[in-house]
Every structure is written in C-alpha cells, then in structure tokens.
Design a protein around this ligand. Structure first.
Ligand SMILES: Nc1ncnc2c1ncn2[C@@H]1O[C@H](COP(=O)(O)OP(=O)(O)OP(=O)(O)O)[C@@H](O)[C@H]1O
Ligand SMILES: [Mg+2]
Length: 329
C-alpha cells in the first residue's frame, strides 16, 4: 500500500540577522546614518579590542542627540567615525545621504561639515589670543577677515566668553574658560553637525549648566544637528531631544528621550541611572498615583503634581515670582 505523504507546509527559517535601526519619519533623510559599522583597535593582535559591534543608527537632523553609556562602551570611538577621524573596518557612515568615504581624498572637507570637539579640548589650544584660536578653523576655510570676525564673535557669545577675554592669551584663562574657547573654535566653522565628547567633564554644576545651555541655544538658533556625549542622564533629560544608549560596543536603544527613559529597567540593567524625576514617577505610580510615566524634568513633575492635587499650575515669571496661581505647590 502506498504511504500517504503528510501535507506539511515547510517554513524556511530566515537566518538573516535582524538588526534594529531607530526609525526616522517618512521622507526624512537622517543627518547621519550608520549601517553595520564595526571597529576594532589593534585588530589581529593579542591586544585586539572590539570597540564597535554592528552599529546601526540614525541621527536626526536639527535635533540635539545625547549619547550615553558606561565607560569603555565605545562612545568616543563612535563619534570619531562621524567626521572621518577614524574609518570603520566595515559598514558605512552616511552624512546627509552620502557615504563620507566615497572620495577618501576629500575626507578633509567632511571635517568642516562635522565639527568634533574632543574630550578635554582645552589641551589643544595654541594660538596667542583667544580671538585667533577661535578664528583658526574659519581662517583655514579661507574666509574673509570680516566673515571670520563675525563668526568668532557669534561663537564666543554662544559659549559665554565676554569681549574683554578675546585679546588675552588662552593660556591665562581658567580651565572652564579654556574649554569654552575650544568649543567656540568648532562652532565658528558653522558645521552642519556639531559633536561634543563630554563637553562638561570636570566642571562644577554651574559650569555644566552654562556650557550645556549655550550648546542648546546654538543648536536651536542655528538649526545645526548637535550630538553630545555625556555620562549624566540628568543632562540628557534636560538638554537633549533624542537619546542613544550604548552598552558593550553596541547600540542598546535610540529614539526620542521619552521612549528611552520609559525603559527604566533595561537602563538600570546596564548600570545606567535613570533621571531622578523618572525614579520619583515610578515610585509615585507604584504608590497608586495616576501620573504620566514619561516625566523626566523637574518642570514637568511640578506641573504633573499640581494637576494631580488640583492646584493651579506654577510658571516662572520674568521677575522670578509666580506668574499665575499664587505660588509653588
Ligand atoms: N587607542 C586605543 N587603543 C586600544 N584600545 C582603545 C583605544 N581607545 C579606546 N580603546 C578601547 O576601546 C573601547 C572603547 O573605548 P572608548 O574610548 O570609545 O569608550 P568610551 O565609551 O568613550 O569610554 P569613556 O566613557 O571612558 O570615555 C574600550 O575598551 C577602550 O579601552
Ligand atoms: Mg570617551
């Protein structure tokens, strides 16, 4: 007797690795797009370090993106690929839709379009005056003296350098002031993308706030795409629109800050602290309070608490007093 064959619909497993790339709105070309990017130090030697492992990432134009992750996870290595300072061993880095290595001889031009402020940039100052140091990049771009002057003054104002400092030697300035000079020097080139690796490292809270708000104003007023590397979730919450989280040489998550902070358990799982306000929100929700889970700044928490307790909203008025509602809850 003929054996009847079982009618099986075979499904062939798709072995292509599924890689996640944070989406961008339809029709938008991301300012930077990294696809399957890998990078090793000392490749092929006993000291080999896999610093970047299959990175897929979109950086959206005109936004401020924070890059965060534990020490040694690959943040500095990653940002040094954005302007071609380093070259990925595989994968592509696209700037405004074009592979930056399409014409390797032209990579110098990419460095004008993507300005990178390295960690502790104050050690790279060398000109005789603050003015000359900030103007060094624009001078290299062969701009006219008037254009250089305009750019130098604009950049100095963004970082809070007062006119009396401009003719001093950068070496006579404080550490925080030197940092500002170095940042202004890159801003003065008016790059399409401004990348800052730990711009506030080693500064006190006031210095941090001043540097970060200057950078945020610069991004907002010029429309420049800004990427800030930081170890602080509080800074990410306060100054960034989008957040990229790295862990162990990979991108763990990327997207709008709400979408990232809401994944508190995963963040804590890789040793990152969520913003204090987000922690408080979680505790309040566990205690039964109906409060928006996506809170991350003190202002947002203030409004949410006022609403929860039926109190009038508090607004800061220009003279520092309450504008409406009669006071802080
Ligand atoms: N020049 C180098 N030679 C060899 N290994 C390096 C070099 N620079 C970095 N690494 C290694 O590559 C990995 C990623 O380093 P990277 O500096 O990119 O991390 P990071 O996230 O910027 O750290 P941090 O927060 O401390 O600045 C680490 O393991 C580091 O030790
Ligand atoms: Mg680093």
């Amino acid at each position: 007797m003929k054996k009847r064959r079982k009618n099986v619909t075979e499904t062939v497993a798709d072995t292509t690795p599924v890689t996640y790339m944070n989406p961008v709105p339809e029709g938008e070309i991301p300012m930077l797009r990294l696809t399957h990017v890998n990078y090793r130090y000392s490749a092929g030697t006993p000291f080999e370090v896999k610093a970047l492992d299959d990175i897929n990432l979109n950086i959206r134009r005109g936004r401020i993106t924070g890059l965060i992750g534990h020490t040694g996870c690959g943040k500095s290595t990653l940002v040094q690929l954005f302007n071609g300072l380093n070259r990925a061993e595989s994968g592509t880095v696209e700037l405004d839709g074009e592979d930056i290595w399409k014409e390797p001889k032209e990579i110098g031009k990419i460095r004008f379009r993507v300005g990178l402020v390295m960690q502790y940039p104050e050690y790279q100052l060398f000109e005789e005056t603050v003015r000359a140091d900030i103007g060094f990049g624009p001078k290299n771009m062969k701009l006219s003296p008037e254009e250089i002057e305009e750019r130098v003054n604009e950049a100095a104002a963004f970082v809070g350098l007062t006119p009396d400092l401009m003719d001093r030697s950068p070496f006579d300035l404080s550490g925080g002031q030197k940092r500002r000079v170095a940042i202004a020097g890159i801003m003065a080139m008016r790059p399409q993308v401004l990348v800052l690796d730990e711009p506030a490292a080693g500064l006190d809270p006031q210095g941090r706030h001043s540097i970060f708000s200057g950078i945020r104003d610069y991004g907002r007023r010029t429309g420049c795409t800004v990427i800030i590397v930081s170890h602080s979730m509080e800074d990410m919450a306060q100054y960034c629109d989008d957040v990229v989280v790295m862990a162990h040489s990979k991108v763990l998550m990327a997207g709008g800050r709400d979408s990232v902070f809401i994944r508190a358990d995963e963040l804590e799982g890789v040793g990152l602290d969520i913003p204090l306000v987000t922690k408080l929100t979680i505790l309040l929700r566990e205690g039964g309070m109906k409060i928006d889970p996506g809170l991350y700044t003190v202002d947002a928490m203030e409004d949410a608490l006022c609403e929860a307790f039926g109190l009038p909203l508090y607004c800061d008025s220009p003279d520092g007093g309450p504008e409406k509602g009669g006071g802080r809850a």
